[in-house]
Ligand binder design. Structure first.
Ligand SMILES: Nc1ncnc2c1ncn2[C@@H]1O[C@H](COP(=O)(O)OP(=O)(O)OP(=O)(O)O)[C@@H](O)[C@H]1O
Ligand SMILES: [Mg+2]
Length: 366
């Protein structure tokens, strides 16, 4: 398609505005811009865009390639002159018509300004609403922390009363009563654990990164503590809790949180593995890397592909998991995920049903 070829006569403010609009239009080509003043704003603009500039209008208007001439001087004499020198096929838009165009341009600008103003206002309102929501959310978290904290003490008390009854301090118990009290105690332990996890999660969510103490610590020390903590549980299921030897390594993190993170993965590995299997902890850093990858591998029930994206959701538990380990809250990995995020990392998982699982995270070397 042939492009419309245009000449602009008069490169003052009006001419410059027309030129600016024409430059944004597709399918046109600007062949000439004319003005007796070489420093007129339109002339500068034309030069910036490599459009030939001239001080006389005749050459431009006689050019047979020109289809349309914009007269933007507002001078009747110039308009008449263009009419006499232009090629017969060339159309001319005079300053009067241009005025209408300017008016339209002004209107367009006003609409654009108004729109921009509204967008700004709306953005501000949304930012304010967001801030309010965040406040409400923090308050909700604080309330939850408070409520769960309040629940901790009564449950601990009920648990110790059941201990007193089971130890026979309240007199001899009928076997049936004893069984019920034992169940009460079991439920109490379960609820206390849930409360502990809810508190941990709420706590993590309300933490401000700057307030969490990050320090350099021995990774070997963290691993050893976790292994020691789970030694009895693993032994009770004849599960071998193995640590692949790795060199003494210093990592950066919050010790308490890293203990919870690794404990969560090791505890899951034990719970969701068959008796007599192996849970293996390893740590490896490729040479020259600034990070070390800590992994926990088990030979357990594994996780279905469709569940892999949900196991980090709060309260999610796969049916297969509930079957092999009834008591669980489904908060462990949600907590692990928060801790990993705090340390600028993620918990990676590789698993398939019946083929075991590998959970891993990366830590920065000190
Ligand atoms: N090593 C694993 N092998 C198989 N499934 C796992 C493993 N780790 C986690 N899962 C799956 O992910 C789910 C969520 O784990 P998460 O630790 O968050 O909760 P939970 O173990 O069910 O309960 P709790 O909050 O008491 O730890 C589990 O219920 C289980 O379905
Ligand atoms: Mg768990």
């Amino acid at each position: 398609m042939k492009k419309d070829a245009i000449a602009v006569v008069g490169a003052g403010k009006g001419g410059a505005a027309i030129l600016e609009t024409l430059l944004k239009m597709p399918d046109i080509v600007i062949l000439h811009v004319c003005d007796p003043l070489p420093d007129a704003p339109g002339m500068k603009l034309a030069r910036e865009h490599g459009i030939p500039c001239r001080d006389d209008l005749e050459h431009a208007c006689r050019d047979p390639k020109v289809d349309l001439i914009f007269e933007a001087t507002g001078l009747k004499a110039v308009y008449d002159r263009i009419l006499t020198v232009k090629q017969p096929h060339a159309r001319v838009i005079g300053a009067l018509d241009a005025k209408i165009i300017f008016h339209l341009l002004d209107l367009q600008q006003a609409v654009a300004d108004e729109l921009e103003h509204r967008v700004h206002k709306r953005t501000r309102e949304l930012a304010e609403a967001n801030e309010k929501l965040e406040q409400i959310n923090n308050e909700k978290t604080r309330y939850l922390m408070h409520a769960t904290h309040q629940l901790k003490a009564p449950f601990a008390a009920i648990q110790s009363y059941t201990d007193i009854l089971l130890d026979g301090y309240g007199g001899t118990l009928e076997p049936q009563t004893r069984d019920i009290v034992r169940k009460v105690k079991q439920r109490c332990v379960l609820l206390s654990n849930s409360i502990k996890e809810m508190l941990e999660l709420a706590n993590l969510k309300s933490l401000v990164r700057e307030n969490v103490k990050m320090e350099a610590m021995s990774l070997n020390g963290v691993v050893a503590s976790v292994v020691k903590h789970f030694a009895d549980l693993a032994a009770s299921r004849r599960i071998r809790l193995a640590v692949e030897p790795f060199p003494e390594t210093c990592v950066v993190g919050n010790r308490n949180q890293l203990l919870i993170l690794l404990s969560t993965l090791v505890e899951n590995a034990i719970h969701y593995s068959p008796d007599g299997s192996e849970v293996r902890i390893a740590a490896a850093a490729p040479p020259g890397s600034a990070e070390i990858r800590v992994s926990v591998r088990d030979q357990g029930i594994g996780i279905k592909q469709e569940h892999l994206g949900r196991i980090f959701d709060e309260y999610f538990r796969a049916n297969e998991a509930v079957t092999v380990h009834e008591q669980g809250t489904g908060l462990g990995l949600a907590i692990a995920k928060e801790i990993a995020a705090f340390h600028g990392t993620t918990v990676e998982v590789e698993s398939a049903p019946g083929r075991g699982s590998v959970f891993a995270f990366r830590l920065i070397l000190a």
